[in-house]
Design a binder for this molecule. Structure first.
Ligand SMILES: NC(=O)c1ccc[n+]([C@@H]2O[C@H](COP(=O)([O-])OP(=O)(O)OC[C@H]3O[C@@H](n4cnc5c(N)ncnc54)[C@H](O)[C@@H]3O)[C@@H](O)[C@H]2O)c1
Length: 328
């Protein structure tokens, strides 16, 4: 499969490198608003630089990986769909649910293949947890607890364009909650504040939040987010059921443990998503390539993207109004 990558920043560099490293794929071209960023990824992978128009029009490009900022995704998905490309797009599809619905209508009418980059589904540990829950290892699932804390806040310039904590950061956790619950949440309650960095509060956002959700059958999920964790990237999931509990802990830099008179010390968690989810990004790409080759519908798809955004909107509304929000 021949790929074009749009957006050669943090995540575009990861996906571009992974595509180029595969025997069954080729990274043909890279587009970025910053010519230097496009050049750096193209040089590192043997690709050429191109404009977005050239990628969309090229007969030599089968699939497009959209890795540019969130506010460009919906337009680029539509363009790629109309151009007959298979599409891998980073989360979220857009910040506005109405815009997402319009975009998905174009995807549907063109018959395009679309996969959304909820990479955590492909993390081997989280995937194993979900598989065991689905196999009944803990009986009937009752509580899902997700802890997701970044090592430190992003620049204020990123916050301003991000859509806020619920739509930018917790969006991954909403998808994970749906993935593990196997059922749609029907109510959301959120609390949050800016206690890590006052500038985030001044920008109208929060950096600390807890959300609880429940499903029609009574399962409960809780999500804890912070833009700061002094001990590294904090990514843990626990599923509790009628006959047991499954826990996935943090992945540390090494497994070394030092014992002394003061007790035991271990390494910090892997620092951030590029390291923590290195394997997940590769497995995610495996899934996209396999789906495109076989003609199967990849997951997570546009509908998964839409539903995560609906939960994020409900959480935002709950936080703003201090009310529990029902999801239709
Ligand atoms: N799934 C994940 O783990 C994950 C991790 C990080 C980011 N993301 C998502 O990926 C997207 C990009 O995030 P990032 O952290 O890589 O950002 P980034 O700022 O590091 O990179 C974005 C790149 O896109 C370029 N760009 C901006 N406008 C463009 C346009 N119109 N056309 C082409 N290129 C353009 C920028 O010059 C920059 O090089 C965001 O939507 C973010 O939510 C997902």
């Amino acid at each position: 499969m021949k790929f074009g990558v749009v957006g050669a920043g943090r995540i575009g560099t990861i996906h571009g490198g992974n595509i180029a490293a595969r025997k069954d794929c080729e990274l043909v071209s890279v587009a970025d608003a910053d010519a230097g960023a496009a050049r750096a990824l193209a040089d590192a992978t043997g690709a050429t630089t191109a404009s977005v128009d050239q990628i969309m029009e090229s007969k030599d490009v089968d699939a497009v990986a959209i890795c540019s900022p969130t506010d460009t995704h919906a337009d680029l998905i539509e363009r790629a769909a109309r151009a007959g490309k298979a599409i891998f797009c980073e989360k979220p599809i857009a910040l506005d649910v109405g815009r997402i619905r319009n975009c998905l209508e174009v995807v549907r009418s063109t018959g395009a293949t679309l996969m959304i980059g909820f990479n955590r589904r492909f993390d081997p540990n989280f995937a194993a947890l979900r598989k065991r829950v689905a196999e009944g290892a803990i009986g009937r699932l009752e509580i899902v607890s997700i802890t997701s804390r970044d090592p430190g806040p992003p620049p204020i310039s990123y916050i301003a364009r991000s859509g806020g904590l619920f739509r930018d950061m917790m969006i991954h956790d909403f998808d994970m909650a749906r993935f593990i619950l196997g059922e749609e949440p029907v109510a959301v309650s959120a609390m949050g504040s800016a206690v890590v960095d006052g500038a985030i509060g001044e920008a109208g956002d929060i950096d600390t939040a807890v959300v609880i959700m429940e499903t029609k059958s009574g399962k409960v999920a809780q999500i804890s987010n912070s833009r700061r964790a002094t001990y590294g990237y904090d990514q843990r999931v626990e599923a509790h059921g009628e006959s047991g509990m499954i826990h996935v802990g943090n992945v540390r830099e090494t497994t070394v443990e030092l014992g002394g008179a003061q007790g035991f010390t271990r390494d910090k968690s892997l620092n951030f998503f590029l390291d923590r989810y290195d394997a997940a990004y590769k497995i995610e790409l495996d899934a996209f390539v396999a789906a495109v080759k076989s003609g199967a519908k990849p997951r997570p798809d546009g509908d998964d993207g839409l539903k995560a955004n609906i939960l994020a909107d409900a959480a935002y509304q709950s936080w703003k109004t201090k009310q529990r929000v029902a999801i239709e």
